[in-house]
Design a protein around this ligand. Structure first.
Ligand SMILES: Nc1ncnc2c1ncn2[C@@H]1O[C@H](COP(=O)(O)OP(=O)(O)O)[C@@H](O)[C@H]1O
Ligand SMILES: [Mg+2]
Length: 265
């Protein structure tokens, strides 16, 4: 018999990747995130926008427990990934970060070869059983990050010798090599020139086919170009969350409107 309740549950489970409930973050006395509730969808690019210091990076780091590495930082509330609490003490943050990869503002390749940068994650997580399998993961990841053709003849060269835009795509290849389910990107284009930015933006749109992508950006144009959903943060509050075109053309909250029209920020 067809069970409609079950069908509905299955649908929400596949559609929602992250569910954040009453999330608060403190750095000592500084209340940086105030009661954020939001659901982030699978196979979707979600942009976090808002003035500098409003908590975008802090909230992004909650999603793969990167804030654990900051001593004075305390996270409260619940964050569920596929319905499972990522702050449960049985969750290994290293495993979590393989599932929820991260790309930073400044490209940060390891001082290793291009090949070893990408092979690093699969090696420590034991994802390849042979050299041939590892080669395949490296190639696939570099192709996935749209940089294979530029580096295939110099995989032994140092990753740090590439141009800024290439380094950022190498870092994306490194992040996707562990087959994550979500990719977090914190202003991934802010150190790149317009051509490299366009390449990375195009790549983000491709990545959405396989992952859920969350991108912090200070560029509203970029948010409008790459995302389907937008979250506007202001002073630690998630003020408004919705379809990107709606947020940019018909925001509900006057703080969002002030920001997108350039009156705050
Ligand atoms: N590592 C940190 N240690 C202490 N305070 C921090 C740290 N990172 C961010 N903050 C504080 O948290 C607030 C939000 O910052 P952040 O998340 O970096 O904002 P955004 O990414 O929107 O610019 C700010 O008040 C900032 O000073
Ligand atoms: Mg930031």
């Amino acid at each position: 018999m067809f069970d409609t309740d079950n069908a509905k549950n299955t649908m929400t489970q596949t559609d929602i990747k992250f569910s954040a409930k009453n999330v608060q973050v403190f750095y000592g006395e500084n209340h940086a995130i105030k009661d954020v509730n939001v659901e982030l969808e699978d196979k979707t690019v979600t942009a976090f926008i808002g003035p500098s210091g409003c908590g975008k990076s802090t909230f992004l780091r909650c999603l793969n427990r990167m804030n654990d590495t900051i001593d004075i930082c305390k996270v409260k509330g619940d964050i569920l990934l596929d319905g499972e609490d990522i702050y449960d003490k049985r969750v290994d943050p290293v495993q979590l970060r393989a599932k929820v990869g991260m790309v930073f503002q400044k490209p940060n390749p390891f001082p290793k070869s291009i090949y070893d940068n990408v092979a690093y994650g699969p090696r420590i997580h034991g994802l390849a059983r042979s050299k041939a399998e590892l080669d395949e993961i490296v190639e696939k990841s570099l192709r996935g990050a749209a940089i294979w053709n530029e580096v295939k003849d110099r995989l032994d060269a140092p990753g740090t010798g590439l141009s800024g835009g290439q380094q950022q795509r190498l870092c994306i290849a490194r992040a996707i090599a562990t087959k994550p389910e979500v990719l977090l990107m914190d202003e991934p284009c802010s150190a790149l020139d317009p051509i490299a930015t366009a390449q990375v933006e195009e790549l983000i749109d491709d990545l959405r086919k396989d992952f859920s992508v969350v991108i912090v950006t200070h560029s509203m144009q970029q948010a409008a170009r790459v995302s389907q959903k937008t979250a506007f943060f202001h002073l630690g509050n998630l003020v408004e969350f919705g379809e990107t075109p709606q947020i940019f053309t018909n925001p509900e909250d006057e703080r969002t409107e002030s920001y997108i029209t350039g009156r705050i920020g």
